[in-house]
Design a protein around this ligand. Structure first.
Ligand code: IPM
Ligand code: MG
Length: 385
C-alpha cells in the first residue's frame, strides 16, 4: 500500500505499518530530526556502552552491525563509566562526538556503586538525561509487539496478548525530569512543567504514527500540567481530518487497561514520567523487559537508540544478558536513524527466526547465554541473505 500523505512535505508510515517491525516511516523520522540519507562514506555511529550489562550487549550489537554492512563506530564513556573516568556522567567530548555522529547507540547506565542520596554527587542517569536534552531528543518511541514465538512467555494469557502491536510515544525532555528541584528547610521538591509548544510537538508525533487511535494518558483530575496536556491534545485532534480517534485515560486507569486489554491500544501518548512507568509495564507484555527496543528522536541532529531494560546490575558479568532488545534498537537505528529499512527488516526477521527456532535467554525461561543468542541471530542473518 502506498504511504499515507501527511503534512505538506512528509509522507508518513504506510497503512500496513507495524510499529515495531515492518514500517517505512523514515519520511516521518527523517523529518523529525535524523540526518539526510545520502552520505558519501560509511555512517558514523557513536557507541556508548555505559554500565552493567551495557558493554556486554554493545559488543554483540557491533558484531551484528558489521555483519550488515560498513559502519564506522567510535566508542565513548557515559554514565557510571564516565563518572569513574572523568568525574562526570557526560563529558563535553562525548556529547560533541554524539552531535557529530549520524546516530548514537547506547547500552545502559546506572548501578549500585554510583547510587547516592547526595544531591551534589554525580549520578549515572545524568549522562542519559544530558544526552536527551543536549541532542534535543524530545520524542521517545517504544514499540511493543510480542514476537509470535514468545506469546506463551508473556505473563498474560495468550488470548489477551495476541494481536498486541502498540507504540508508546513518550515525551522525553520536559516534565518533572527536568523541572526545578531541590531541598529547603527539611523538605524536598520536584517541579513538573509543560509548555503548550512542548505538548504540541510530541502530540504531533503521536498523531503521525497512529493508525486508528491515539490514547492520551494524563492525570487531569489532579495536575494542572495534565489539564493543559488534555486541552492541547483535544484541540489538535479536532483540527485534524485523518480519522484518527482520540481517547483520554487517567494514568492509573491506563496502567490497568494496559494489562486487561493490551491489543486494543494503538498509540499511547504520554508525558515523561508516566511514559517511563507505563513503558516498563508494556515491555513486560512481550514476555521480558529484555525484548523492548527504543528510539529517541528530535528536531535536529542524530537519534539515540537504546534498549529499555537498563543496566541490570544483578546479572552484569554473568554472560546471561539478553541482547535482543539491543539488536532491536540497532534495527530501529537502521530504519529511523539511517534510512536503511531493508537492513533493519533483515535484522528483525533474523531475530524472529532465532526465537522461532527456540532461542531463549534466561529472562525468557531458557538457558541461552548472550554469546549463544548473538550467534543464533548472526546465523539467521546469514541464512536470510
Ligand atoms: C528509561 C530509564 C531512564 C528514565 C533512567 C535510566 C534515567 O528508566 O529510559 O526508561 O527514567 O528515563
Ligand atoms: Mg524507565
Amino acid at each position: 500500500m502506498p504511504p499515507v500523505p501527511c503534512g505538506s512535505r512528509l509522507q508518513v508510515r504506510g497503512a500496513v505499518f507495524h510499529h515495531q517491525l515492518t514500517a517505512t516511516v523514515t519520511g516521518c523520522l527523517l523529518a523529525l530530526g535524523s540526518r539526510p540519507p545520502v552520505r558519501p562514506t560509511a555512517p558514523r555511529i557513536v557507541t556508548l556502552p555505559g554500565d552493567g550489562i551495557g558493554p556486554e550487549i554493545m559488543g554483540p550489537a557491533v558484531r551484528v552491525l558489521r555483519a550488515l554492512g560498513d559502519f564506522a563506530t567510535e566508542e565513548h564513556p557515559v554514565g557510571g563509566a564516565s563518572i569513574d573516568a572523568a568525574g562526570t556522567a557526560l563529558t563535553s567530548e562525548t556529547l560533541e562526538a554524539c552531535r557529530q555522529a549520524d546516530a548514537v547507540l547506547l547500552g545502559a547506565v546506572g548501578g549500585p556503586m554510583w547510587d547516592t542520596t547526595d544531591p551534589d554527587a554525580p549520578r549515572p542517569e545524568q549522562g542519559l538525561l544530558g544526552l536527551r536534552k543536549g541532542l534535543e531528543l524530545f520524542a521517545n518511541l517504544r514499540p511493543v509487539r510480542p514476537s509470535p514465538a514468545l506469546l506463551d512467555a508473556s505473563p498474560l494469557k495468550r488470548e489477551r496478548i495476541e494481536g498486541t502491536d502498540l507504540l508508546v510515544v513518550r515525551e522525553l525532555t520536559g516534565g518533572i525530569y527536568f523541572g526545578d528541584r531541590g531541598r529547603r528547610n527539611g523538605s524536598a521538591y520536584d517541579t513538573c512543567a509543560y509548555s503548550t509548544a512542548e505538548i504540541e510537538r510530541i502530540a504531533d508525533v503521536a498523531f503521525r504514527f497512529a493508525r486508528r487511535r491515539v490514547t492520551s494518558v494524563d492525570k487531569a483530575n489532579i495536575l494542572e500540567t495534565s489539564r493543559l496536556w488534555r486541552e492541547t491534545v483535544t484541540r489538535m485532534a479536532a483540527e485534524r481530518e485523518d480519522g484518527v480517534e482520540l481517547e483520554h485515560l487517567l494514568v492509573d486507569n491506563a496502567a490497568m487497561q494496559l494489562v486487561s486489554r493490551p491489543a486494543d491500544f494503538d498509540v499511547i501518548l504520554t508525558e515523561n514520567l508516566f511514559g517511563d512507568i507505563l513503558s516498563d509495564e508494556a515491555a513486560m507484555l512481550t514476555g521480558s523487559i529484555g525484548m523492548l527496543p527504543s528510539a529517541s528522536v528530535g528536531a535536529g541532529g542524530p537519534g539515540l537508540f537504546e534498549p529499555v531494560h537498563g543496566s541490570a546490575p544483578d546479572i552484569a558479568g554473568t554472560g546471561r544478558a539478553n541482547p535482543l532488545a539491543m539488536f532491536g534498537s540497532v534495527a530501529l537505528m537502521l530504519r529511523y536513524g539511517l534510512d536503511m529499512g531493508n537492513r533493519a527488516a533483515a535484522l528483525e526477521s533474523a531475530i524472529d527466526r532465532a526465537l522461532e527456532n527456540g532461542l531463549r535467554t534466561p529472562d525468557l525461561g531458557g538457558e541461552a547465554t548472550t554469546e549463544v543468542a548473538t550467534e543464533a541471530v548472526l546465523a539467521n542473518l546469514q541464512e536470510g541473505e
